[in-house]
Design a protein around this ligand. Structure first.
Ligand code: N01
Length: 482
């Protein structure tokens, strides 16, 4: 039995997966550190009305724990949270998790990681797997007067369930996937809804049919059919990945046309339609998928506000035209600090080099998972990885499979330390940045995919290539220390 000791940080989708796979590989020295009191990660933190996954549920599932019971093509957030909790329970992850204790420090000393938590607990491990998430730290908008608002104001990922929505005058800032889902979910209940749009979004139409009980029991009776469905969806998404990384592909043109037709045929008022029409290409920002957003925004008491926000006052939002939009509730669906990987954990690697120093310009990791001078620290869903409209579960499964191969090398006794070499990271980054220029994400829009230079901070190649690269580590790309 290998004698490595592991710390997994985070008990979200990727942390649960890591723990399951480490146990399956026979490692018994595994502790999962989770700052909250439950697993689930983003699905625990986000509880806003309308929360759902816009990747089909039968793809957004662990391949080893397919779920015949999904209620819908795109199942709601609470169902996903229950699924993750259920997997954590059934696969023995619960017993490995230390809840309510946040990792605050990681220091590489004498060939091992010294880990420290907020409670003062210490651990010493050979390998750290950081499964700390991407869309994790809420990004608050910088708008004058935000604190002066007299009603209830909160970020979408910190939904205040004590706030009464029935009959309330609700404002939503943002038009990303989150704001679109919230708008559709609450428009019928609120007194009025003002959606503050800084940038229009292309909306891909997609119905969200339920799976009738007979279909679900069919899946239960025939697990092979469920596997087949997972495979089919996976290859569909793999095809999509090939189109987004080639902005001129025929599939992108088809997608753009579907979004255009959706807008032109769904929105009746030409003036509203014009204000909802983006001036950039479909897919440039992360595609928003919704069956009913256009219906919602045409609701008699919904208003699309396209005047820029000037400031926030106790009574509501004042726009640049001088109008005060009076509100009781203000939802900030303004996204996340997507470059805050691992932070605020203080990480000190080989020779005292800190991650803050290594990432002073921006986060970078070889193949999105290993950072030079930080041996035996591996990231799942780390910087510049595949995040665009794919199943992040599938991404994480491939990454964890790769990390397990690195761990097997460490456990094999040939060497005890592995971190990507500087030349390997530099070559990877040069190729990545060059390839990113051909993607649809670089065709001229503002989006959370772009780094501070305006370069898409994502995997710019096909998912097929990602799968191939993850299949077998190239150990020559790593500094190996015995
Ligand atoms: O955040 P976003 P999100 N004044 O960053 C606007 C995943 N997700 O939470 O476009 C005015 O996309 C900002 O405006 P602009 C998914 O990957 C998945 O919606 O920059 N507006 C934008 O409209 C998604 O992409 C699901 O001009 C301001 C919005 O806020 C990711 O999470 C569901 C502003 C932020 O959009 C993030 O989505 C939901 C300001 N000061 C989310 N600051 C699934 O179904 C920001 N904005 C899987």
């Amino acid at each position: 039995m290998p004698s490595l000791r592991f710390a997994v940080i985070g008990a979200g989708m990727a942390g649960i997966l890591s723990a399951v796979k480490l146990a399956e590989a026979g490692y018994d020295g595994v502790t999962v550190y989770e700052k909250a009191d439950r697993p689930g990660g983003t699905w625990r933190e986000n509880t806003y009305p309308g929360l759902a996954c816009d990747v089909p549920s039968h793809l957004y599932s662990y391949s080893f724990a397919l779920n015949p019971g999904w209620s819908h093509l795109f199942s709601p957030g609470p169902e996903i949270q229950s699924y993750l909790e259920d997997v954590a329970r059934r696969y023995g992850v619960e017993e490995m998790v230390r809840y309510g204790d946040e990792v605050v420090g990681l220091t590489w000393t004498d060939g091992r990681w010294q880990l420290e938590t907020a409670s003062g607990h210490r651990d010493e491990v050979d390998v750290v797997i950081a499964a700390t998430g991407v869309l994790h730290h809420p990004k608050m908008p910088v708008i004058d007067g935000l604190e002066s608002f007299a009603g209830r104001a909160f970020h979408s990922a910190r939904w205040d369930h004590s706030t009464e929505l029935e009959g309330a005058r609700v404002g939503i800032i943002g038009t990303g996937s989150t704001a679109v889902q919230i708008t559709s979910a609450i428009v019928d209940r609120v007194g009025s809804l003002s959606l503050f749009q800084r940038t229009a979004q292309w909306i891909a139409p997609a119905e969200n049919p339920p799976y009738p009980e007979e279909v679900r029991s069919g899946f239960r009776a025939d697990p092979a059919s469920l596997e087949e469905l997972h495979r089919t969806l996976s290859s569909l998404f793999e095809g999509f990945s090939a189109s987004v990384v080639n902005a001129e592909s025929a599939q992108m043109a088809t997608l753009a046309e579907a979004c255009r037709v959706n807008l032109e045929t769904s929105v009746v008022d030409p003036e509203l339609r014009a204000r909802l029409r983006p001036d950039y290409r479909a897919g440039c920002k992360r595609l928003v998928i919704s069956p009913d957003f256009y219906r919602a925004i045409q609701h008699p008491h919904a208003e699309l506000v396209t005047e820029a926000i000037d400031r926030i006052e106790p009574g509501g939002v004042r726009t640049a035209d001088g109008r005060l939009h009076e509100l009781d509730v203000l939802v900030l669906a303004t996204g996340f600090h997507v470059d805050a990987f691992l932070r605020p954990i203080e990480v000190s690697g080989r020779d005292g080099r800190t991650l803050a120093q290594a990432w002073a310009a921006r986060p970078e990791a070889y193949l999105a998972l290993s950072v030079p001078d930080f041996p035996n620290l591996f990231l799942v869903n780390g910087p510049n990885g595949p995040v665009g409209n794919f199943s992040l579960i599938e991404v994480a499964e491939l990454q964890v499979g790769y990390i397990l191969k690195l761990a097997a090398w460490l456990a094999g006794g040939t060497g005890r330390q592995l971190s990507a070499s500087h030349p390997a990271l530099e070559a990877f980054e040069a190729d990545r940045v060059a390839a990113a220029a051909n993607t649809v994400w670089a065709t001229g829009c503002r989006s959370w995919y772009l780094d501070d230079r305006g370069i898409p901070a994502v995997w710019p190649w096909t998912f097929t290539r990602f799968r191939q690269v993850m299949a077998e580590p190239d150990l020559d790309a790593y500094d190996r220390v015995g």
